[in-house]
Design a protein around this ligand. Structure first.
Ligand SMILES: *[C@@H]1O[C@H](CO)[C@@H](O)[C@H](O)[C@H]1NC(C)=O
Ligand SMILES: *[C@@H]1O[C@H](CO)[C@@H](O)[C@H](O)[C@H]1NC(C)=O
Length: 465
């Protein structure tokens, strides 16, 4: 009898100890793993021919509905059979996802690009900055989409459609922009993917805008329905195909244990300059989005174009994720504090084969940062972006963008034991933790004493642990 008691005391106190040991600052999130849902969706189709360009805007896309916490958003291009399409056939210049509140019953003219105008029927939910409306997406990537982590670390997530934020009479919808270039059989693959103006049959720039003098390549030259030249003799017949962006969302229904993060897109082409009275806020920013890299004069190694930009942060918060976006030729990017202290370095991964996800010469992924301790950023602090490109050859229309997820607060180091032990404030919960630890220690000690006594009575018995 006594022996039975001793053993069960030991096992139950051991269980308690295990619970106590798994307590960590993010334990409020314990169990969320089970709640995460995952769903894959397909965009409407893109009709592609060799050399063709699609820059499509799809409104009211499929997406999980309701007040949700999004953990990741991954995407890739697939064909009608659902097979992954390699970048050397269809180059993904970019895709971007923009949520917007639309007035209920709003009938949208399919030819009207909501991004370009404004109206009372819809309101975009932009990322938190810092570029003005030119860089809105909450989620977005380019060729690196297959091998770049987009996961928001626990216990954080991106919050959408909170009832407090949704305007009355509106509903949240999702816009997807995808810009793809079919490079099967083209004369100059890298020229087509870099949108060199001399290759495309563009007239004026996209939407009839005149090109800036000296503009040699970029988004304004490879707009929707333009064409890049295909090699003579390349069999262009029967090559039309339908492609889709397949996107996979992981999310769960919002609950109060989740800490929201905001998405910031910092751009190295930002023209912001500190002026007297600057706040660093969004209206002060103007991002050019793309830039050219001139070839270096001396040929050989060490030909690296370094572009830097320092920006003042108009927020307090903690960076919990960072990752950059670069185009082919990119050799790394960093985000650092004014004194040089590094916050995140993100490097491109180049493929070395032919299969999707490993296409030679293309950036198939970017490394991302998940700082062990969230990186504190204070209002008014200056952070510096640095983007490196190899300039052994020149490049047009490259990008330098750093995405960061910023939490406004850190998790409370509370204890997720039964409610009995839960305390309201940090110090109380620490005391509760101490108390629990002491109770556990006493139970373990008592149990051990009981057990040893038993063993003395019953003779040697292996613990067998
Ligand atoms: C460019 O070529 C494509 C394919 O031939 C054609 O559909 C498109 O109208 C042309 N665009 C311009 C601006 O000429
Ligand atoms: C960019 O290049 C410069 C000069 O070569 C080098 O000092 C720096 O570390 C590089 N930065 C990154 C992020 O690769």
């Amino acid at each position: 009898m006594a022996r039975h008691l001793g053993t069960s005391l030991i096992s139950s106190s051991f269980a308690l100890l295990v619970i106590a040991l798994t307590i960590s600052p993010s334990h409020g999130f314990l169990g969320t793993e089970k709640k995460i849902k995952s769903a894959a969706f397909l965009s409407p189709k893109l009709e592609m021919n060799p050399g063709s360009v699609a820059n499509s805007y799809f409104y009211d896309m499929d997406f999980p509905r309701g007040h949700i916490a999004v953990k990741s958003f991954d995407a890739e291009v697939v064909d009608e059979a659902g097979n992954s399409v390699p970048l050397h056939e269809t180059y993904i210049h970019h895709w971007g996802v923009m949520p917007y509140y639309a007035r209920k019953g709003f009938k949208q003219d399919p030819d009207r690009n909501l991004v370009l105008g404004s109206g009372s029927d819809y309101v975009f939910v932009n990322n938190a900055g810092l570029c003005n409306d030119v860089v809105r997406p909450m989620f977005g990537k380019g060729s690196e989409t297959r091998k770049t982590s987009t996961y928001v670390p626990d216990p954080y997530a991106i919050e959408f459609d909170s009832p407090e934020e949704r305007p009355d009479g509106y509903e949240l919808k999702w816009l997807l922009n995808i810009h793809a270039i079919d490079t099967r059989g083209v004369v100059d693959k890298s020229g087509c993917t870099e949108c060199r103006c001399d290759l495309y049959n563009m007239t004026t720039g996209e939407y009839g805008r005149a090109l800036k003098p000296g503009y040699k390549g970029g988004l304004y030259c490879c707009y929707d329905k333009t064409q890049c030249p295909v090699k003579h003799g390349f069999d262009n017949g029967e090559k039309t195909r339908s492609l889709f962006l397949k996107y996979t969302v992981r999310w769960f229904d919002w609950d109060s244990s989740v800490i929201p993060v905001k998405v910031y897109a910092l751009d190295v082409t930002d023209t912001w300059e500190r002026k007297e009275g600057s706040t660093g806020d969004i209206p002060e920013h103007d991002c050019l989005v793309e830039y050219d890299v001139e070839p270096c004069k001396a040929s050989g190694d060490g030909c690296v174009d370094v572009k830097k930009k320092s920006l003042m942060m108009p927020f307090n918060g903690y960076i919990v994720y960072g990752g950059a976006h670069q185009h082919s030729g990119g050799v790394g990017a960093s985000l650092s504090r004014e004194g040089g202290e590094g916050i995140c370095t993100s490097r491109p991964k180049y493929g070395n084969g032919v299969e999707p996800g490993n296409e030679a010469g293309y950036i198939v992924g970017m490394t991302t940062c998940y700082p062990q301790e969230p990186v504190k950023v204070s209002y008014g602090e200056t952070l510096t972006l640095e983007f490196n490109y190899s300039n052994a050859v020149g490049h047009t229309g490259v990008m330098g963008r750093f995405y960061i997820f910023v939490a406004q607060q850190l998790p409370e180091p509370e204890i997720s034991l039964p409610a009995l032990f839960q305390a309201q404030t940090k110090s109380e919960s620490f005391l509760a933790f101490l108390a629990v630890t002491m109770v556990v220690a006493i139970v373990v000690l008592t149990a051990a004493v009981v057990y040893r006594r038993q063993n003395r009575e019953d003779g040697y018995q292996s613990l067998g642990i």
